[in-house]
Ligand binder design. Structure first.
Ligand SMILES: [Zn+2]
Length: 342
């Protein structure tokens, strides 16, 4: 059973297993087999002394497992060897200095990588590996850096360290989504320096930021720049929203079954737009149009600026009101009545 469930204990002799104080204790010792000296390789079984080590192992049944292992200090029998004695190691169970078995360390690393210190320590405690969040963090920090090769496709974007005040830049491998670098600001020149120090980038996915565009141009002129998927979708949704807003009158008409029967305000906007643009086409000035059509100069300018009439109809922030159908009538009454004596 031991070799199937606990293969890392197969190399030692288990003397006792008990369950006390909410943990499982395994008392074990190494067998008396000869061990090779780490300096000269001579096999020796001559014991100089013993020492005990306590190792945290992978939990069992939600309980912490502690292995109390007796190890030998052996004498090198080669008289020419620089080493007189040495501690024996048990590969796969007790490395040098470690206080956990490799299996337990693998669990800690997996949790630390996925959840970092506090959440990692909390999950590990749940499954029976008790260690502080600082121990989880130091395990994480002790991991060797993964070999870094500059990927051909990278993504770059900014993020807020303090919203509205301090921003940094994150560069990711666009294929593996692994973070490659965090730059201390979001300046184009900082990004350009990073690209110069990491040649080989062929494609840069970025947002619409002019700073990153300039940085990419300066740092990696050979690289193609493109909008990333999020910003493409964001741009598309903004454009669709703008268009839908400009034509919301059409949607309202369809919904109410009115078809082309537009309100009087919209009809007036259309005829006014046509009149103003007809005069503009004849080369009449804005001032002259305002005078001829009895309109304010700013109104004429607004109509002159609009590339199409839908923008003026949909662009209004004000929704339809109950007064709209009577607005022309009210205007005609106001024009017909003599001004109130002050
Ligand atoms: Zn030796």
């Amino acid at each position: 059973m031991v070799t199937v469930l606990f293969p890392h204990l197969a190399a030692v002799e288990i003397e006792q297993v008990d369950r006390q104080d909410g943990q499982i204790r395994v008392v074990a010792r190494t067998r008396g087999d000869p061990v090779c000296c780490p300096s000269c390789g001579t096999a020796t079984g001559k014991v100089h002394g013993y020492h005990r080590r306590r190792l945290a192992d992978r939990p069992v049944d939600g309980l912490p497992v502690v292995i109390e292992l007796r190890l030998r200090r052996l004498v090198c029998v080669n008289l020419d060897c620089v080493r007189q004695t040495f501690h024996e190691q048990v590969p796969g169970l007790a490395g040098r200095y470690g206080r956990r078995t490799p299996g337990a360390t693998a669990l800690v690393i997996a949790c630390a990588l996925a959840l970092a210190e506090r959440a990692g320590a909390s999950l590990l405690a749940t499954i029976g590996l008790l260690l502080s969040r600082t121990s989880v963090l130091s395990t994480l920090m002790a991991l060797p850096e993964p070999p870094s090769t500059v990927p051909a496709v990278i993504g770059v974007d900014d993020f807020a360290i303090k919203r509205g005040q301090r921003y940094a830049t994150v560069i990711i491998d666009a294929v593996t989504h692994r973070c490659l670098e965090v730059l201390p600001d979001r300046l184009g020149v900082t990004f350009a320096h990073w690209l110069q120090a990491h040649p080989g980038v062929r494609l840069i996915c970025r947002d619409r930021s002019a700073a990153y565009a300039a940085g990419a141009r300066d740092g990696a002129p050979q690289a193609v720049q493109c909008a990333d998927r999020w910003h493409l979708l964001n741009n598309l949704s903004e454009a669709v929203e703008k268009l839908a807003l400009a034509h919301r009158g059409c949607f309202r008409d369809i919904a109410t079954g009115q078809g082309r029967d537009e309100g009087p305000t919209v009809r007036r906007t259309r005829s006014r737009y046509a009149a103003i643009h007809a005069l503009l086409g004849q080369g009449v000035t804005n001032n002259e149009i305002a005078r001829r059509l009895h309109l304010a100069l700013n109104t004429v300018k607004k109509y002159a600026r609009a590339p199409h009439v839908e923008q003026l109809i949909g662009g209004s922030k004000r929704g339809a009101t109950l007064v709209d159908p009577f607005r022309d009538y009210l205007r005609s009454r106001r024009a017909a009545e003599p001004p109130n004596p002050a």
